[in-house]
Design a protein around this ligand. Structure first.
Ligand SMILES: [Cu+2]
Length: 112
């Protein structure tokens, strides 16, 4: 579960109130099916982009399409599933570059 935080006033976009650091990791292992719940606690749209994988939208947003970017609407959540089948260090970030630059990015990394 990852919460999107920040405001236009402070321009302090983060995940879980923690700006990006080089050493951030999340507990993922190769071969797992990962469900990410992205909770947008802000008043902005955030197009979240995951590197190295494609994901499926779940619930009412579900389609057969594979995506690598999806909008998380203000004060809504988006639940996505993907397979951890590509070991490496992969960025998850807002595709508004000026949001990721202030901290709304993290690394989903795992080894073989
Ligand atoms: Cu954003």
């Amino acid at each position: 579960r990852i919460r999107l935080n920040g405001s236009m006033k402070k321009f302090d976009w983060t995940f879980d109130h923690r700006p990006y650091t080089l050493t951030q990791r999340h507990p993922i292992h190769q071969g797992e099916r990962i469900r990410l719940t992205l909770i947008n606690a802000t008043s902005m749209w955030h197009p979240l982009h995951l590197h190295g994988h494609t994901f499926a939208l779940t619930g009412i947003n579900s389609t057969r399409a594979r995506k690598d970017t999806a909008l998380v609407l203000p004060h809504h959540k988006l639940v996505i599933d993907f397979d951890a089948d590509n070991p490496g260090l992969w960025m998850l970030h807002c595709h508004n570059q000026y949001h990721s630059e202030t901290g709304m990015m993290t690394i989903l990394g795992y080894r073989k």
